[in-house]
Design a protein around this ligand. Structure first.
Ligand SMILES: Nc1ncnc2c1ncn2[C@@H]1O[C@H](COP(=O)(O)OP(=O)(O)OP(=O)(O)O)[C@@H](O)[C@H]1O
Length: 833
């Protein structure tokens, strides 16, 4: 899917007003969906299954968060958000200034997929005269099926929010920082207040004091990837293939624990921007994760474990506690899981002992917390191997209840023996939900059951029945059993209360294991697929880069590696080539490799250097616009507006074919205008287009570079359109004489004289165009400008990143002199690459 439906609404705001909707009903985008090939863009015709989503699939992962959102009414669109993961008990707070399309808020919501969204009641539509807020409209569109619930305005209270944070936030090293960070965040605090009020009153859940990991997330520390981009690049999921591995997440996910898989997902959707942190992660992966095997052995017993979920279960309790045997049994099983976790941590800690890497040292330290040993001792000494409380003597009442239970069971067996003797029948006992019953095979009963037996039923060749005495004994036994469990629950509750004091250590251990597991997964992937360590130099330079998802799908050797080079002097790259030549794949590869590198993972290439980007923004062609019955043009314009609004010099922008939905002349005009806007912003832009004219109209811009995907004419009739796709990126504009469109026309059996005339006109036009270009004074100026810009970038690069000795550096700089002289003396020898 990809289109931001609401953005289109914005685009046509004058034409149609968003409809107001009742709280529970959600718009169905499928209603007026056209058939799949109706008005399909021509470029997408025969593409075989590249990994591409085909349905809206807005939820990249099943939601488990309750998200409370509050928006300021001012011009700045300040949004506060509090998200509680119901499964893991993590709470995230964020406050940001958003734009008209709420792309940042939606991005944060995708990072914490919602199961329920809470908004102030005033945000929802009450009548046609008072429509729902735009933010709510966007949520309906982006997360169809997720309920949006109104919460009374009085519950959105800043002071109440701060009280909740200071009462519930776990006592650890980050607590003080969290309290400080949220102190002046009015919207985020109000949102958390409404969230916990809702948890108490509607979800019937209360959290123990100091038991939740509440964090304030500064949005600046991560690269912004809008939800459409995440879907189009198939970062965490794809809808074309059933196999979940056909996504970036699937490609690098070899994690054992659930926490690590979650961490990986969040990292891929919002990679980090702190270079020191990225480098620390890369150091670990480069050492191929010291003691790779030992770490794996330590992680294996934790397979599928979710510490966070476990800790959250321990920390939460029902607001109206029901003392019953069932929750008691669940508590016992949670304690057993906790025991497994704490028992297995020392193996991991040992595996990291004496590590060289700074990050591994920190993880080792987090796992060496003495409080973990204390918890282990506490749990192990409190539970038997079967999970029953071991400290029998610690509670006399429990002793008595257990004895009574045993006696009751003994009495039931004695009754069975007595009745068997009295009636001369081989009676046996069976345990059912309501307690014990007598049973007899049909062939063991000759005639009728003796008097005194009741409720006889025949099932699968067996009679089962009971007696009044047995019923009474069952009732006594069940009472004793319930009493045992309830008393055990009390003991476990006391144990939990003791553990809760050291909750911070458990959360820390969970974080440490998640990070270690994720890094192990990175190391494993880079060994398996031969990835290399990326550098961060400010220049995007990739040698023989491979599309990481395509690499796992294509047969060995069939994937063509490609190079990328982009710096300040070549920040706008026009990528051309006929249909199916690999343009989209090339663009996506640039995006995917950047994401991998910024997560701290190695990348599939022979060499790779990146810039740290603040945002990855894309307009990638997709078929889902059709499904959402949106005009291609409207969708393109909406995403372009979003990109122009958010892009900065630090952004990476990928645009695949603009201007498809309008006339060619308008298409060129609009593409040109958008391209100029992006050039001015100085973002790194990869711009795939079929409009040859752009290479001319943009040629005056010194930072524009032309590239194309090479194809070769072939006599092989089996080859597509009489050409072979080489999927290789090469410098410069494609040769006008190629005329692949005419080759295609030949296949369609156009008369020979029409083809010949077509070729003649196309050739003459190309020659005319080339002559004009060569002689034009302005094109000479453009070439000189380019040369100067390149010189400046090369000199800055050399200053910032060169590790060459002085002499070699001088020789290197000397070569720039030659290039610049050539550009000024022979400007007509174009070298725009
Ligand atoms: N480097 C490559 N190595 C091998 N196969 C590739 C490579 N790049 C692309 N392909 C294959 O070529 C097909 C077309 O690629 P892609 O969709 O990127 O082309 P395109 O030029 O964007 O096409 P269109 O203009 O029709 O959108 C895909 O199925 C893909 O698997």
């Amino acid at each position: 899917m990809l289109s931001r439906p609401s953005s289109n609404r914005r685009f046509f705001r004058g034409a149609s007003k968003p409809s107001s909707r009742p709280v529970t009903s959600r718009p169905t985008t499928a209603q007026s969906r056209p058939t799949s090939d109706q008005s399909r863009p021509w470029t997408a015709q025969t593409r075989p299954g590249t990994v591409r989503p085909t349905t809206s699939a807005s939820a990249l992962q099943e939601g488990s968060h309750v998200i409370a959102l509050l928006e300021g009414r001012g011009v700045t669109r300040e949004v506060g958000m509090a998200a509680l993961d119901r499964e893991t008990g993590r709470v995230m707070l964020v406050q940001l200034a958003d734009c008209q399309t709420y792309v940042k808020t939606l991005h944060q919501m995708h990072l914490h997929p919602p199961a329920l969204v809470l908004v102030p009641d005033t945000f929802l539509s009450t009548s046609d005269a008072s429509p729902a807020s735009m933010l709510v409209e966007y949520i309906y569109e982006e997360f169809p099926g997720v309920p949006v619930e109104p919460i009374g305005r009085k519950y959105w209270n800043e002071i109440g929010g701060l009280e909740f944070v200071s009462q519930l936030c776990v006592e650890d090293d980050e607590r003080a920082g969290t309290l400080l960070a949220v102190a002046n965040k009015y919207y985020a605090l109000s949102a958390i207040c409404a969230l916990f009020k809702h948890a108490e009153t509607k979800l019937n859940t209360r959290f123990a004091s100091g038991s939740l990991r509440i964090r304030y997330v500064p949005v600046e520390g991560t690269m912004m990837i809008d939800p459409d981009t995440a879907r189009n690049l198939e970062l965490v999921g794809n809808m074309s293939y059933k196999k979940s591995t056909h996504s970036l997440f699937g490609t690098v996910n070899h994690t054992y624990t659930a926490m690590a898989a979650r961490l990986l997902r969040v990292n891929i959707l919002s990679p980090i921007t702190a270079q020191t942190t990225i480098d620390a992660r890369l150091d670990v992966v480069e050492g191929r994760l010291e003691r790779f095997t030992e770490v794996r052995t330590g992680l294996k017993p934790l397979n599928k474990m979710d510490f966070d979920k476990l800790i959250a279960c321990l920390a939460s309790s029902e607001t109206k506690p029901t003392i019953a045997a069932k929750p008691a049994a669940a508590r016992v099983s949670q304690m057993l899981d906790l025991r497994n976790v704490v028992r297995n941590l020392p193996a991991l800690q040992k595996a990291l002992e004496g590590s060289q890497s700074q990050l591994l040292k920190i993880i080792h330290e987090m796992l060496s917390d003495e409080r973990l040993t204390k918890i282990e001792r506490l749990v192990c000494s409190s539970l038997n191997e079967d999970g029953a409380p071991a400290k029998a003597n610690c509670n006399r009442l429990l002793d008595v209840a257990r004895e009574t239970y045993k006696e009751n069971v003994g009495d039931i067996f004695a009754l069975n023996r007595t009745l068997s003797d009295t009636h001369g029948l081989p009676l046996s006992l069976m345990y059912q939900e309501a307690g014990f019953v007598f049973s007899l095979r049909t062939n063991e009963l000759d005639g009728e059951l003796p008097r005194g037996f009741i409720n006889a039923t025949l099932k699968k060749g067996k009679w089962t029945f009971t007696s009044m005495d047995l019923k009474k004994m069952n009732a006594r036994m069940k009472d004793a059993l319930d009493e045992t469990l309830i008393l055990s629950e009390k003991i476990i509750q006391d144990l939990v209360a003791e553990i809760l004091v050291d909750m911070g250590a458990l959360y820390k251990a969970s974080e440490a294991v998640a990070l270690l597991d994720m890094l192990w997964s990175f190391a494993h992937t880079s060994i398996m697929h031969n990835y290399v360590r990326p550098e961060f130099t400010g220049t995007l330079a990739i040698k023989s880069g491979r599309h990481p998802i395509l690499e796992t799908i294509k047969s060995a050797g069939s994937l063509v590696p490609n190079d990328v080079y982009c710096d300040d002097s070549s920040s706008f790259q026009i990528v051309q080539g006929p249909n199916m030549s690999g343009k989209s794949t090339y663009l996506r590869q640039v995006g995917l490799l950047t994401v991998l590198a910024m997560c701290g993972c190695f990348v599939p290439a022979e060499y790779a250097s990146f810039r740290i980007h603040d945002a990855l923004l894309t307009r990638l062609s997709n078929d889902d616009d059709m499904e959402k019955s949106l005009s291609t043009f409207a969708s393109e314009m909406a995403s372009s507006a979003m990109i122009l609004g958010l892009a900065s010099p630090q952004s990476l922008v990928l645009i695949d074919e603009l201007g498809r939905g309008t006339s060619p002349r308008e298409g060129v005009g609009i593409s040109h205008a958008i391209a100029e806007g992006l050039i001015e912003l100085k973002s790194f832009v990869f711009f795939a287009t079929h409009f040859n004219e752009l290479t001319t109209t943009l040629s005056r811009q010194p930072s524009v570079i032309n590239l194309h995907l090479s194809v070769q004419r072939t006599s092989d009739s089996k080859a597509d359109f009489g050409v072979t796709f080489q999927y290789k990126i090469v410098d410069g504009v494609p040769q006008e004489s190629s005329h692949y469109g005419l080759e295609l026309a030949r296949l369609a059996d156009l008369p020979q004289d029409v083809l010949t005339e077509g070729k003649r006109v196309a050739k003459n036009l190309a020659a005319l165009h080339a002559r004009h270009e060569e002689n034009s004074e302005s094109s000479k100026i453009a070439i000189r400008r380019k040369a100067l810009l390149r010189l400046r970038t090369q000199l800055t690069q050399a200053l910032d990143h060169s590790a060459l000795p002085d002499e070699e550096l001088l020789a290197y700089i000397g070569r720039f002199q030659v290039d610049i002289a050539k550009a000024f003396l022979y400007p007509s020898r174009r070298s725009d690459t």
